[in-house]
Ligand binder design. Structure first.
Ligand SMILES: *Cc1c(COP(=O)(O)O)cnc(C)c1O
Length: 237
């Protein structure tokens, strides 16, 4: 078995254990394999091991990889549906390739970006699934909408014709102690509940990475974004 296949099995076991502890069906948590900085070959290995959903952070790298993977897939896998999620910071001049190549965007933090994604979404692809990124740890991270701005942003985003608002996403400050990991995830869940109470349908909480996946599942994550636990340590150039 390849290292990536073995890692996927281990991550799967962790998700299953967390689901059992949370008394949630395994089917309520989607594993997003974060392939940033890894080559198309690594993605193909994960596909061979049964993984279907992949996350990318950098527009050009992601677009190139999506094309390379589509080209390299062996004939018997050509008809498989893959799902590509954009999970990196978004510059407004890069929205077009995101809207044209990805099925999901987790990192919408302001209306202008959402408007551009909606305008630029090719009609034949259907609506783009969107999460609003929330700055859940205050000053520690700069990305994400402020919690107090979130409801107005959600109300505006649901009006956009070519987007489908699915939920919220956060990247809390890394916290090694599991006892301290859950509070920010609980805050994100509460923010989502506030939006649902205001009459906006949400079904997604994108939260949890390699180091805090169990805590995230315990607090209701529906998508966990896992990179290094599947593909190994990243080496940035
Ligand atoms: C890189 C990244 C991940 C994966 O992180 P790991 O710690 O390697 O699992 C998840 N989410 C986002 C937004 C990322 O940028």
């Amino acid at each position: 078995m390849s290292t990536i296949a073995a890692n996927l099995q281990a991550v799967e076991a962790t998700i299953q254990a967390a689901c059992e502890a949370a008394k949630r069906p395994r089917s309520t948590v989607q594993l997003l394999a974060v392939s940033k900085t890894f080559p198309p070959e690594a993605v193909l290995e994960a596909i061979d091991a049964g993984q279907r959903a992949f996350g990318e952070n950098y527009v050009q790298e992601g677009v190139d990889k999506i094309a390379a993977v589509a080209k390299a897939r062996p004939a018997h896998l050509q008809n498989l549906m893959l799902e590509w999620h954009f999970i990196g910071p978004i510059q407004s001049n890069k929205t077009r390739p995101i809207a044209a190549n990805f099925q999901w965007v987790h990192t919408v933090e302001r209306l202008k970006i959402a408007q551009r994604l909606s305008e630029q979404r090719p009609a034949e692809l259907g609506p783009l699934d969107i999460c609003l990124q929330v700055n859940i740890s205050g000053e520690a991270t700069k990305s994400g909408a402020k919690p107090e701005e979130l409801l107005d942003l959600a109300k505006a985003v649901v009006q956009l014709p070519n987007l489908r608002l699915r939920g919220l996403m956060a990247i809390p400050e890394p916290q090694a102690d599991p006892a301290l990991q859950r509070a920010p995830f609980a805050r994100l869940r509460a923010l989502a509940q506030d939006i649902v109470k205001a009459g906006i349908h949400l079904d997604t909480l994108s939260m949890g990475m390699s180091g805090d996946l169990q805590s995230a599942v315990l607090e209701g994550a529906t998508i966990v974004r896992i990179g290094s636990a599947i593909f190994g340590a990243r080496h940035y150039e």
